[in-house]
Design a protein around this ligand. Structure first.
Ligand SMILES: NC(=O)c1ccc[n+]([C@@H]2O[C@H](COP(=O)([O-])OP(=O)(O)OC[C@H]3O[C@@H](n4cnc5c(N)ncnc54)[C@H](O)[C@@H]3O)[C@@H](O)[C@H]2O)c1
Length: 253
């Protein structure tokens, strides 16, 4: 695993920071010395993450927000810069995962998936770009192995992750000559609340679900978090437009 560089004096905004990979990423960045703006819909989880960050001697700014309300995204970025003094890294980790038979997926679930997983990262990035360029900063988007393979019952989720992958590459191309980096990490299955969502699906065809079963087991949350934090740091200066698969071989075939 590459080593994250010293983040002392730097500030990162991490979405999904109340639990799972977002929380682990925020803690990784804080251990490297960064102050963190924590965004999530789950206030209690944010408070728990903030306590851990403060116990490391770093500052934590809590912004409880529903990212489906994408009109707030610019304000979330502005508040991070105002309250913590600057912004050096934006890690888009939050996502919703609503497995569904396609004919039974509601408009609301479709639109919520697109808003949280795709439109919110775009609007956060758009608002953060000028400050990130000023600070030679970085964006790290968390996608999924689902971006690279058709996955039954996940039409909305996997399409947003494919779109986020392409957004990462398109922005990397557009900002090729600017001091800002755009990269993505595509995890395989991790033992988090999100993954447990598959259990709510009624009458799935097991032969289709077996196609996405991890033959070598699940990924460790901390392994993925360390890669996200590394890409957010100056140590990843050679990474631009990369999509790093850490999926225990799930996308091999
Ligand atoms: N767990 C897996 O198997 C897996 C696999 C591949 C990719 N991923 C990706 O990893 C990332 C992190 O997921 P995780 O596994 O840690 O799941 P998680 O459920 O533990 O964390 C997701 C976080 O996003 C937050 N969130 C959800 N909707 C939100 C909203 N509307 N507004 C603000 N915050 C919201 C949740 O409250 C939660 O804290 C996601 O992008 C997910 O797509 C996860």
């Amino acid at each position: 695993m590459p080593t994250i560089s010293d983040m002392s004096g730097k500030v990162a905004l991490v979405t999904g920071a109340a639990a799972g990979l977002g929380q682990a990423t925020a803690l990784c960045l804080a251990r490297a010395g960064a102050d963190i703006c924590l965004v999530d819909i789950n206030l209690a989880g944010l408070q728990a993450t903030a306590r851990e960050i403060e116990s490391l001697g770093r500052r934590a700014l809590i912004q409880a927000a529903d990212l489906a309300e994408t009109s707030q995204c610019a304000t979330l970025v502005k508040n991070a810069i105002t309250e913590l003094g600057r912004l050096d890294a934006l890690c888009n980790v939050a996502a919703v995962f609503i497995p569904s038979h396609t004919t039974e997926m509601s408009d609301a679930d479709w639109e919520r998936t697109l808003a949280v997983n795709y439109t919110a990262p775009f609007k956060l990035i758009r608002a953060a770009i000028p400050e990130l360029i000023r600070n030679q900063g970085a964006v790290v988007n968390v996608t999924s192995c689902a971006a690279h393979m058709g996955q039954a019952y996940l039409a909305a989720y996997s399409s947003t992750k494919a779109a986020l992958t392409h957004l990462t590459k398109s922005l990397a191309m557009e900002y090729m000559h600017q001091p800002i980096r755009f990269n993505a990490v595509a995890p395989g299955g991790m033992m988090t609340a999100l993954a447990a969502g598959l259990r709510n699906l009624e009458n799935p065809d097991p032969s289709l679900l077996s196609r996405i079963a991890p033959l070598r087991g699940l990924n460790e949350i901390d392994d993925i978090a360390e890669m996200v934090a590394f890409l957010a740091s100056d140590a990843a200066r050679g990474y631009h437009g990369a999509v790093i698969n850490i999926d225990n071989g799930i996308t091999v075939g």
